[in-house]
Design a binder for this molecule. Structure first.
Ligand code: NIG
Ligand code: FE
Length: 405
């Protein structure tokens, strides 16, 4: 059984199929068999042996979007803090007074795995309705081992559901100190590195670890210990780096061959070069810098060194209270000056590669059949700040996740 999807403009995001880096095919076709792409190319060259043809008319068809940085397993709401920030309060001051990440930790205490799963499931379904077919989800609000595990179990439950985006779990092991360990950072880092990481890895609850490396957060030596523990347990490393200060997180990311260093609002030349030389993905989170009224990262520098760019939503209740990767794309273009090509590759092929999912994020023979038909005439139109979803049909592994009425 195979299905042929025809659309006026198909972007494979695979430079080997179609024109240019976006792999453009005018009047293209994608043939799907058993959840995989069986063939992609001009409709005129398609063999007429597909059991079913679905003509998507004037639609723009792209790979399914890949959101490579989210904290989507949060519960509760931090709208009071949002309003405090709008009135001029500083994100780090709110955190120092016991708000911020610790408020989301408190909201988790009274939530069961089932509660977290229900919230996450609904959020992932909304993300799918906006074109996301793969989503990285971090823990990081548990702070204690027991609560981190609760978040990871909820993420694992969502990952089993084929009606949601494909989920990649990350154990955000060093995000903030739990309130009762505020003065005992070394003890906390030791227990995370010597016990928690191995236990999470043994139960296959995550594929990556993450650490928030910044002033007022965790240090480069702390994150270096975490990376060593992760590698000893077979996990990859992602890092929050340079959101507020350049304390050498990018250099560390290169040293430990991180899969990705994310944020990078504050990044020096040496750090940028180290990331590019090591092929570490540079994940930009424009919704967060927009919320915090920060200046954009130095795109001139990132381009000069040849950085591999990813764009993600950072969906979280503190700095990016949005679930929309398409909003992040439009902000990346509007505020950071990314080209459509950089933004779209950053939310498809590069994002998937940063998650070690090379068979997603691009349409080529053998890839997972993850794609979106947009009710839009051109990829540039996808970069406009619509604020609404223009995804008409969203397909993961050949199965419909969302169809607009
Ligand atoms: O990516 N700053 C670190 N982590 C998150 C925000 C977490 C939160 O405030 O809940 C970020 O911006
Ligand atoms: Fe984040």
């Amino acid at each position: 059984m195979s299905t042929l999807y025809r659309a006026a403009r198909v972007l494979t995001c695979d430079p080997l199929t179609g024109k240019g880096p976006l792999g453009i095919i005018d009047d293209g076709a994608v043939v799907v068999r058993e959840g995989r792409v069986a063939w992609v190319g001009p409709y005129a060259n398609a063999k007429a042996d597909a059991a079913e043809t679905r003509d998507l008319g004037s639609a723009l068809l792209t790979p399914g979007l890949v959101d490579a940085h989210t904290h989507a397993a949060w519960v509760g709401s931090r709208h009071e803090e949002y309003m405090m920030k709008m009135r001029g309060a500083d994100y780090r001051e709110i955190a120092a007074k016991g708000g911020g990440i610790v408020s989301s930790h408190r909201a988790l205490i009274s939530s069961s795995v089932a509660d977290i799963h229900a919230t996450l499931r609904a959020r992932l379904a909304r993300m799918a309705s906006m074109g996301v077919t793969t989503c990285e989800v971090k823990s990081g609000y548990g702070l204690t081992f027991e609560l981190e595990e609760r978040q990871l179990l909820a993420i694992a439950e969502a990952a089993k559901d084929p009606s949601l985006p494909f989920v990649v779990a990350t154990f955000l092991a060093l995000h903030a100190l739990p309130p009762d360990m505020k003065e005992r950072k070394d003890e906390y880092v030791t227990s995370v590195c010597e016990h928690a990481v191995a236990s999470v890895a043994a139960r296959k609850l995550a594929r990556f670890v993450d650490a928030y490396v910044d002033q007022n957060a965790f240090s480069v030596p702390d994150a270096r210990r975490l990376a060593a523990a992760a590698h000893a347990s077979g996990l990859g490393v992602r890092l929050h780096v340079g959101q507020f200060a350049d304390i050498g997180g990018a250099e560390l990311g290169a040293e430990v061959s991180a899969a990705s260093c994310d944020h990078l609002e504050i990044l020096g030349e040496a750090g940028a070069r180290a990331l590019a030389d090591k092929g570490v993905y540079c994940t930009l989170l424009p919704t967060a810098s927009f919320t915090l009224k920060q200046a954009p990262p130095d795109l001139g520098l990132l381009r000069r060194v040849g950085a591999r760019l990813v764009v993600a939503s950072d969906s979280n209740p503190g700095t990016a209270p949005s679930e929309s990767l398409v909003l992040a794309l439009s902000l990346a273009v509007r505020l950071y000056g990314l080209t459509t090509e950089e933004a779209l590759i950053g939310a498809t092929r590069n994002a998937a590669l940063s998650l070690a999912e090379p068979e997603r994020g691009a349409l080529f023979t053998g890839a997972h059949a993850d794609f979106v038909a947009w009710d839009l005439p051109h990829e540039d139109a996808l970069m406009q700040p619509w604020g609404v979803s223009r995804a008409r049909l969203v397909v993961r592994e050949g199965r419909t996740l969302h169809a607009a009425p």
